[in-house]
Design a protein. Structure first.
Length: 281
């Protein structure tokens, strides 16, 4: 678990935060030519001080890792307090001038398992008490958002024992719970939303109904896809929806026992398909 980092006398190079289990890892970021320390239309901007004061760090897209030391980090470029400091763990306010919702994460690599804060298009506000000076990545979200196919499951190679979310390690339910927690930022577990248990995969749709979590007949990236057939059913994490109506999933314990797989599938009731989609966000 990441720990809170407090800025001391505007310290250079704040401590590295959070998860090494990431998405779109970025190393030694090159500075974009459009970054000029002015918050232009179409950019997402951090401010060094609360109330949108101090130096500005402007960005045109998602960033999984800002870098933590000069000369490789993304820094505050505008005039004012904080100019030249790395933006990681040093921002106090933000202005979203993009047309997308932007999610600021406490951890690097878009890891929402601990904390994050969403900025709607046009939002201009301070970072909340948890995220202030603890900003480690940000992501532009949209209805067509996708998630890279990745085996980031922390219990790979394990097929026995109970995970911290109260599912059996190596099973599809354990991986789906992990994906929801680490990629979508939902603190999911076997008793989520007051349920006695979510249980086996085929029970998740009924549990979602009792919990008030929407269930759809077509997928969206970030959904949990459910196959109701079979002894236990099957769940997987939807990473992408394709223009031809197919969609892609990350999963465990389907192609091989207790192993990761990524495949392209379609909506249906066959053993290789999924018919229901639980939308936690």
């Amino acid at each position: 678990m990441s720990r809170i980092i407090v800025r001391v006398l505007g310290a250079l190079g704040a401590s590295m935060l959070g998860a090494t289990l990431g998405v779109l890892a970025v190393t030694a970021p090159a500075q974009a030519a459009s970054r000029d320390g002015i918050c232009d239309a179409g950019e997402f901007c951090y401010y060094y001080n609360s109330g949108h004061a101090g130096s500005i760090s402007d960005h045109t897209g998602s960033l999984a890792d800002y870098g933590s030391t000069q000369p490789g980090c993304y820094e505050f470029k505008g005039a004012g307090g904080g100019q030249g400091l790395c933006v990681k763990n040093n921002a106090a306010a933000a202005w979203n001038r993009t047309s997308n919702t932007v999610r600021v994460y406490y951890n690097s690599d878009y890891d929402g398992s601990y904390a994050y804060q969403d900025f709607a298009p046009g939002a201009k506000t301070n970072l909340n008490a948890t995220l202030k000076n603890n900003n480690a990545s940000h992501q532009l979200l949209s209805a067509g958002a996708t998630y890279p196919a990745k085996d980031d499951y922390p219990y790979k190679g394990q097929g026995t024992g109970i995970d911290p979310w109260n599912f059996y390690k190596g099973q599809c339910t354990s991986f789906a719970a992990w994906a929801l927690r680490s990629r979508v930022g939902v603190p999911f577990h076997n008793q989520y939303a007051g349920q006695a248990r979510w249980g086996n995969a085929k029970e998740w749709v009924a549990a979602a109904g009792r919990a008030g979590v929407p269930v759809h007949n077509s997928p969206k990236a970030g959904d949990i896809a459910v196959r109701l057939g079979g002894t236990y059913g099957h769940v997987a994490f939807v990473t992408r929806v394709n223009s031809n109506g197919t969609f892609e999933v990350d999963e465990y314990n389907y192609v091989s026992a207790d192993k990761y797989s990524h495949r392209t599938v379609s909506v249906g009731t066959a053993n290789s398909q999924f018919s229901k989609f639980i939308r936690f966000k």
